[in-house]
Every structure is written in C-alpha cells, then in structure tokens.
Design a protein around this ligand. Sequence first.
Ligand code: GTP
Ligand code: MG
Length: 252
Amino acid sequence: MAKKPWAVVNEIIREADLILEVLDARFPEETRNSIIEGRINNLGKSFFYILNKSDLVEDKQIRKSIDLLKKRAQVIRFSAKERYGKRKLLYLINKFARKKSISVGVVGYPNVGKSSIINALKGQKSAPVSPVAGYTKGKQWIKLSGKILLIDTPGVIPVKEKAFLKLVIKDAITNIEDPEGIAIELLEELIKKDKKAIEAFYNIEVKSTAQETLEEIAKIKRKLKKGGELDLDAAGKIVIENWQRGKLKIII
Ligand SMILES: Nc1nc2c(ncn2[C@@H]2O[C@H](COP(=O)(O)OP(=O)(O)OP(=O)(O)O)[C@@H](O)[C@H]2O)c(=O)[nH]1
Ligand SMILES: [Mg+2]
C-alpha cells in the first residue's frame, strides 16, 4: 500500500538538503504549512518559499506577501504557468548547492502547483499534473541536472480549515456535497472584500445576505430546477468554480 501523504512528506523533510515550500500566491498565509515549517526548523534545514500562481494576483498584493514572508525565508515569486521566476529559483538552488550534489524536496498544500513547478524547472513534463487535488501520491524523483535531484511529494493540509478554502484548494467541484452552503460561505468573504467586483462580474446587485445574492446569481445564470425553482446548487458551483479558476480575481 502507498504510504500516507504525511509520512512521505516527513521523510522528504528528513532526507532533502533543501526544501521548497510552495504557496498559492492568492492566499499565501492560508497555504503556509506551520507543521512543515516547524519540522524543517527542528531539523535545522533550509527552505525557500515559492509563491506560485503569481500570474493570478496583482503586483501590489504579491509585493505585500513577499514583505511578510521574507522575514522567515527567501521568497521566490513564481508562475509555473508563465514560467516566471525560473531563472531566479535555479540560481538560488545552485548557489545553495555550492557545486555539491543535493536533493530538493518540493512540499506544500494540495493543488498549489508543486508538480507544475518541477515541470517548469525541468522544461518538460516530468511530474504528472492535474486540476484534481491529491494527484501526486508517493514521492517522485526528477533529475534536474547532474547535481540537483528534485523530489515531488503529495499535498498535505495541517489543520482544520474553513470549508470553502479546503474546497478551493482541493479544486474538486464534482465532489462538493453542499455547493450552495459552500458558495454562501465563500460569497460572504468575497462580498466583504470587494462587493463592487461581485456586482460587476455577475451583473447583479449584491443583496443584504449572501443567500439572496446567490439567488440573484441563479436568476441571471438561469439556473432553475424542473419545477422552475432556483437551483442554488448549480449557481453555487458556478461561483466556486469562477473563484477556483481565478476568473473572479478577489483575494480573501
Ligand atoms: N494559473 C496558474 N495555474 C497553475 C500554476 N501552477 C499550477 N497551476 C495549475 O494548478 C493545478 C494543480 O497543479 P499541480 O502541479 O498538479 O499541483 P500539485 O501541488 O502538484 O497538486 P497535488 O499533487 O495534488 O498535491 C493544475 O491545474 C495546474 O495547471 C500557475 O503558476 N498559474
Ligand atoms: Mg502534484
């Protein structure tokens, strides 16, 4: 049987010379894994933060995140999609290696883009990628050069998180049991942050509750059940998906 994801990650933290902790640039604090960082520190290992998916985030926001994170470790702004940050990261890894052979463990939450980063560094598809979280199972070694060995790991989550955030990270629309409830929770946060952006994006008026706002979205998207009743699950899925895919650019 395959090892549990956490067991794999702990092993890599012990074995690797350098760790890359991958964060989603849209919610870096939420995707920071305090348990992983605690273990890295206990073992006296070095790590860099990789702020991935930075193509989905405004410049100003990224700079703010970097300022906060750089107190703890070196931060590399990255986009596996646009191949941004690749040169800097390779330079820093090689500088760290100082001509010795090293292994570099890539760890982080599910779906933050660990495997995509490895592929971007390698310049070819070496690690399998998927929009469905929990895709990478065991550890996988990818030889980057004669001296650098990258290790891909499965995504791990430390503690109980807000339900909507968990789903965003999991990116598992088809498996959501209660899309309406999750979408309402998500909408509440989004409206708090940027009500006007929601209004403009959906071409609706934001109502006094998130529930009523979701009803507005269901109406404009013509999501109706057979009897003509509003289909809030279907509308909820749209809202969740728009945010997950980065179409709705509001940072919580
Ligand atoms: N926009 C954008 N999407 C990205 C980026 N990097 C990865 N993705 C997408 O995010 C999803 C997850 O990517 P993976 O590389 O499989 O993520 P992972 O961290 O390896 O996921 P697990 O193995 O499930 O833990 C895929 O749909 C990627 O195409 C990026 O820089 N920008
Ligand atoms: Mg993966």
